[in-house]
Design a protein around this ligand. Sequence first.
Ligand SMILES: [Zn+2]
Ligand SMILES: [Zn+2]
Length: 386
Amino acid sequence: MQEYKIQQEKVRRPGLLARLAGLALAAALALTGCAGIPAGMLPSGGQGEAPAQGETIGTGETGDAAFQMHFIDVGQALSVLVECDGQYMLYDGGNVADGSLVVSYLDSQGVEQLEYVFCSHAHEDHVGGLAAALAYFPTNHVYAPVTQNDTACFEDFVKYTQQQGLAVEVPAVGTSWALGSATVQLLGPVKSYDDTNDTSLVLRIDYGETSFLLTGDMESDAEKDLLESGANLDVDVLQVGHHGSETSSSYVFLNAVLPEMGIISVGAGNSYGHPHEAALSRLRDAGVDTYRTDLMGTITISSDGANYTVGSEHYVPDEQLNPTLTDGGGQNASGSQSQTYIGNINSKKLHLPTCSSLPAEQNQVLFSSFDEAIAAGYTPCSNCLG
Ligand SMILES: [Zn+2]
Ligand SMILES: [Zn+2]
């Protein structure tokens, strides 16, 4: 069994992303103090890095995380394990060839059964490994955007669902599920699409004040429709759509989600050229801290409901992950060249940052150009832009 070591860690407090790159050892200390962390997550020891019990970083609250999200390194594919209060759900299972890796990883995390299995959409790099997971773990519900697809991997997924006496269910937008004390809600797809990627089940997960968005391979058409549906998209952590393809993570979408972190599940040297520079550049412009499984291996986010921490299998310097963000320019590097405009996501009014009637912070969306804001359906405030 592969050892999953926490070698990189960041701590986020509400409204502030504290950069703690370089505190890998401290990170390991924090997690070792927690009896709830499965053995596979602990430092391997014997390397001179075995930490003392009970030491913590930050407020120490992160050591009590009852919520964890694992972006399992399945190469050019996606597989996300979510755990809360001892309950588990699996969102995608990588390719068929990743099936045994996914099963061993879940095993190493102490998974004995799955409350929910979600197939984001019927492409092999998402549904492929789910048959193995369903063959191994008793499951309560299995969801997908369709019940049939003419591929061997999808048929296997259906077959192993049926072997458990279950049927693949197509959930309705707005459905919500409890996973321990976390809430999982289906936000999309809000329409039907010919493009399979756009059929991806979009899940919002809330645990305390921390929030996460899983988007599968959703591309810009579905992103736009989802935005227009009025769904609550504002989250802390975004699974960047379609492995960082330029056809996802549109500017208006990122500005509605306003994530602090974006996780890209992508294979090193993949033939698609993912992640595309255009998507990375939009993520940078939106001030999103980006994490990649091709560079970091499996990425784990732990939350105690107020703060979250990110750990990864391999340490990668922040400059390499987020080149412009660590350039001393700060998160508004793009704003220095042009005027920033602040939109109100409820009233769709557009303001200058100096306006006296700015919306509350959680209702703000930032635009770097006036035209972009107008194109997104915002109208100028009569006070500051009239
Ligand atoms: Zn994919
Ligand atoms: Zn796909």
